[in-house]
Structures are given as structure tokens and as C-alpha cells.
Design a protein around this ligand. Structure first.
Ligand SMILES: Cc1cc2nc3c(=O)[nH]c(=O)nc-3n(C[C@H](O)[C@H](O)[C@H](O)COP(=O)(O)OP(=O)(O)OC[C@H]3O[C@@H](n4cnc5c(N)ncnc54)[C@H](O)[C@@H]3O)c2cc1C
Ligand code: FES
Length: 257
């Protein structure tokens, strides 16, 4: 087990959009072993909130011992609201890195496709993935975030549900409108988006690696709270999103009908 708990210091904080915050955490050696697609668990200071909150690693500065996280406040009185109130110099208990992360080689043309809070983990991947790539980002509206960060690493195509920026619709509408093609998909976002990407990958004979989001308790593979059904050659079995994932090959994922 390589995951460690550290009292991480917030060394930089900014507001990216209305309820979305970016924080850089000083985490020491954790940053040296972190990989794109992995996540950390943050613990609340409010002891009535016992379970940690899983948050994807958005960027990694291994030399500086820092990781970047992007957090959306999910409502009043929530753990994510507590995190959003912390400032530079404050500490936060952080366990990680957790999960498997994305597997990549860079010798295929890659489509990095993120929707909403599925966008942040693709930034670390965009940074590290060599070779050709196109980045497709799906937002609800014109309140975009991280777009300029992605533009450093490849062409960026945007979709928004209300049409206020980019193609009106979802990420697949943007892919079709711009006639984007590739060999492999790296995706992260809401379940319906992942289901559509899995179908698109199958129809176009592409490989797809998709990151699943599931409610978590222990985060380290012990409690089985995050188990999901997966398809194997032997039939349907169960895997833990926190330990065996969160990234799975699309052929493994069983989407609800
Ligand atoms: C692998 C993974 C990566 C994630 N990455 C990000 C990210 O980069 N940025 C971000 O803002 N959010 C991310 N989330 C979602 C985030 O974990 C939840 O929004 C957050 O846990 C909700 O906590 P809260 O304190 O806001 O809400 P509360 O209502 O206080 O949470 C109550 C409980 O439900 C759990 N919970 C609620 N929603 C979720 C959820 N969607 N997934 C898992 N547990 C949940 C919490 O851990 C907590 O125990 C990720 C989730 C997973 C599983
Ligand atoms: S959250 Fe406990 S096994 Fe995944």
C-alpha cells in the first residue's frame, strides 16, 4: 500500500467559476508517485463528517511536492463547502494517491473527453500524454473552467448544454460537429456521458478508458462500499472503484439499462 495520510498545506487557492475552486496542496512525496487519473481523499475538520471526500488529482508537480485539486461545492453544510472556506496556509488531512489512474502509451491519437467535474483529472493526463491528442470539454453553460490550461497541450473543442459557448449540446455533439476521430478515448464525467462514449468507442472500433465515480467510504479497497458490476471473460463479477478503478476499460463497464 503506497497511499499515505498527510496534513497537506494549501499553498495556492483560486476561484475558477461560481462554485468551483482550485487548490494546490503541498503533499511532499505523495506528488512523486501520483499518476493522472488517480485521486485523493480529503477529510473534514468537522468531526460529524467522518467519511472522506474523494477528489481527483488535476495536476501534479512532482519536483515541488504539490498536487492541484479542483472542487465543486455541492451544497450548504457539505464537506466540499468546508474545503472551499479554507485559505492559503491552512492544512487539510489528505490520503493518497489512490486508485489505478489512466494507462497510456502516446503512440495512438488520443481523444481526452471530460464533462463537468470530470474535466480536472484529464489535465494531468494532457500534460503527461505524449503524441497527438484532441481535448473535448463539456460544460453546462458559459461558466467554463480550466480551458486555458488545456490549450497548452493540444486543440480544445468545447460543448455547452445551453449553447452559450462552443457546440450546443454534449461532448458527442461537439465530436460529430467537428468530425473528430482518434484511436483511443480517455474519458471522465457523468454516467450518461460515459455510457454514450462507450457506445461511440464500440461503433468506431476505438479503445476507451473511462473513469467511474461512485460513493466511497474507506477509499482503500476494504469496505466494498464502492463495488460495481464488471464484465469479464468468466461473466459478471464485482470490482472496487476505489482500488481496481476508478479507470476501467469501457468493455468491462456494465451500464444500467
Ligand atoms: C473518484 C472520484 C473523483 C472525484 N473527483 C472530484 C473532483 O475532482 N472534484 C469534485 O468536486 N468532486 C469530485 N468527486 C465527487 C466528490 O467526491 C463528491 O462531490 C463529494 O464527496 C461530495 O461531498 P460533499 O461534502 O460535498 O457532500 P456531502 O453531502 O456532505 O457528502 C455526503 C457523503 O456522500 C459522499 N458523496 C457524495 N457524493 C458523492 C459522489 N458523487 N462521489 C463519491 N462520494 C460522494 C461523500 O464522500 C460523503 O461521505 C469525485 C468522486 C469520486 C468517486
Ligand atoms: S470505498 Fe471501501 S472498498 Fe472502495
Amino acid at each position: 500500500m503506497t497511499a499515505k495520510r498527510v496534513a497537506a498545506v494549501i499553498c495556492q487557492k483560486s476561484q475558477l467559476a461560481g462554485d468551483i475552486f482550485s487548490i494546490w496542496l503541498q503533499v511532499g512525496a505523495m506528488a512523486e508517485i501520483a499518476k493522472p487519473g488517480q485521486f485523493v481523499i480529503l477529510y473534514c475538520k468537522d468531526k460529524t463528517k467522518k467519511l472522506g471526500r474523494p477528489i481527483s488529482i488535476c495536476e501534479i508537480d512532482a519536483a515541488g511536492g504539490k498536487i492541484r485539486l479542483v472542487i465543486r461545492v455541492s451544497g450548504k453544510g457539505t464537506g466540499t463547502e468546508e474545503f472551499s472556506r479554507l485559505g492559503e496556509g491552512d492544512t487539510i488531512l489528505c490520503m493518497g494517491p489512490l486508485g489505478n489512474g489512466y494507462t497510456y502509451t502516446g503512440d495512438q491519437k488520443a481523444l481526452l473527453i471530460g464533462g463537468g467535474l470530470g474535466i480536472p483529472p484529464l489535465l494531468a493526463l494532457a500534460e503527461q500524454l505524449p503524441g497527438k491528442k484532441v481535448i473535448v470539454l463539456g460544460y453546462r453553460d458559459g461558466n467554463t473552467f480550466l480551458t486555458e490550461d488545456f490549450e497548452k497541450y493540444g486543440p480544445v473543442v468545447i460543448a455547452s448544454e445551453d449553447g452559450s459557448i462552443g457546440t450546443k449540446g454534449n461532448v458527442l455533439d461537439a465530436i460529430n460537429a467537428h468530425e473528430i476521430s482518434g484511436d483511443v478515448i480517455y474519458g471522465c464525467g457523468p454516467k450518461p456521458m460515459l455510457r454514450a462514449l462507450s457506445q461511440f468507442a464500440g461503433e468506431n472500433h476505438m479503445e476507451a478508458w473511462l473513469s467511474l465515480e461512485e460513493r466511497m467510504a474507506c477509499g482503500i479497497g476494504i469496505c466494498l462500499g464502492c463495488a460495481v458490476a464488471v464484465r469479464t471473460e468468466e461473466g459478471i463479477t464485482y470490482k472496487r472503484v476505489c482500488h481496481d478503478g476508478p479507470v476501467f476499460n469501457s468493455k468491462e463497464i456494465v451500464f444500467d439499462e
